[in-house]
Write a protein that binds this ligand. Structure first.
Ligand code: ACO
Length: 309
């Protein structure tokens, strides 16, 4: 869906969207495609790249705020569709931080010996929860999925540090008011748009830049890695201006920050693994490189991970 497509449905312009967000187009899944279908496509690619068998995966963690059903978890649907007979499967509801939180959990399970090979997928069908009459939000979001296989070894490579924080006080900055148990779904809610994403963009902007920078510094300090040793920062792709402000705050050159927002918009939990995958396929990540992933989202919630590739 291009900016020109939005010019036809809300009062906006390509120029406004590009200058305020950096977004030019997003991918929108068709009606017949569910979140689990996108997750399966990404998981199949990740398994193929890793060389692991379906039987070896003993943990499946799925980050999403747009599951197929309210019950059961989307992870259980993916576990069945993928055919992972030995996997414990569950969702993490951490919005844009879903993949990083999943990675952090998988790292802990593997480090403690409770799992050997984990499949982590960040996936969203945000088009199902976006209000296409609200120009403040609808131009920002897209659908997508990204996945990774994580396994333990003693090579010294892998996850060196992770960091997770939340602040529920700010939950109404980015939320879907109706449809849960506090405000159960009603026709009035649907008519007012309260069953779709509501957001205070400018407030989120300020918190996002500050806390993402803190999260990056935290994992570097924890792992004893100097900023000059970091080859690439892979941030959540919410807004080009947030990413640029983050780079300035970190005093990192923009060419050390991976950016692909123009093609996808904000895909929430899928954003970091899609960016990671594209960076890898473009040759921007090589064995031994130190990579920092960092994300921020509704909750509010934020987190980071420092990986030696
Ligand atoms: N087209 C044209 N005008 C628009 C549009 C649009 N699509 N959307 C808003 N406007 C208007 C507003 O109505 C407002 O008009 P007004 O001054 O007449 O009231 C004007 O543009 C300015 O609005 P602001 O909100 O001040 O614009 P801002 O420069 O802050 O940009 C934006 C808005 C892009 C949403 C920005 O605040 C942002 O990106 N914030 C972060 C949001 C975000 O990243 N959320 C997700 C993070 S968490 C997660 O990823 C799940």
């Amino acid at each position: 869906m291009t900016n020109a497509d939005f010019e036809r449905i809300v009062d906006t312009t390509d120029d406004w969207i590009v200058s305020r967000t950096g977004i030019r187009e997003r991918r929108i899944a068709d009606n017949g495609t569910s979140t689990s279908d996108m997750a399966v496509a990404a998981c199949q690619e990740a398994l193929k790249m890793s060389g692991c068998s379906h039987e070896e995966i003993d943990l499946l963690i799925l980050g999403t705020v747009t599951p197929d059903y309210r019950l059961p978890s989307c992870a259980c649907v993916v576990q069945e569709k993928m055919g992972l007979p030995n996997a414990a499967a569950f969702d993490v509801v951490s919005a844009c931080t879903g993949f990083i939180n999943g990675l952090s959990i998988a790292n802990s399970y593997i480090a403690s010996g409770h799992a050997k090979k984990a499949l982590i997928v960040g996936v969203e069908k945000l088009s199902a929860i976006v209000n296409y009459k609200d120009r403040n939000t609808c131009v920002l979001f897209g659908d997508g999925a990204g996945a990774a296989v994580v396994a333990g070894d003693d090579s010294g490579r892998g996850v060196l540090s992770t960091f997770m924080r939340s602040d529920g006080k700010m939950r109404e900055m980015l939320w879907i008011k109706a449809g849960g148990t506090t405000h159960q779904y009603s026709a009035e809610h649907a008519a007012s748009g309260a069953d779709k994403v509501l957001m205070n963009g400018s407030e989120i902007f300020k918190v996002a830049v500050k806390e993402m920078a803190n999260a990056v510094w935290h994992v570097m300090e924890d792992a004893g890695i100097d900023q000059s040793q970091v080859s690439l920062v892979v941030p959540h792709q919410a807004n080009i201006r947030i990413i640029e402000a983050l780079a300035r705050r970190l005093k990192v050159d923009k060419d050390k920050v991976y950016i692909n927002i123009s093609k996808y918009g904000n895909t929430s939990a899928a954003s970091v693994p899609i960016a990671l995958d594209e960076a890898y396929r473009e040759g921007r990540i090589k064995e031994g490189d130190h990579i920092v992933m960092v994300a921020f989202g509704g909750g509010l919630i934020w987190g980071s991970a420092l990986v030696k590739w």
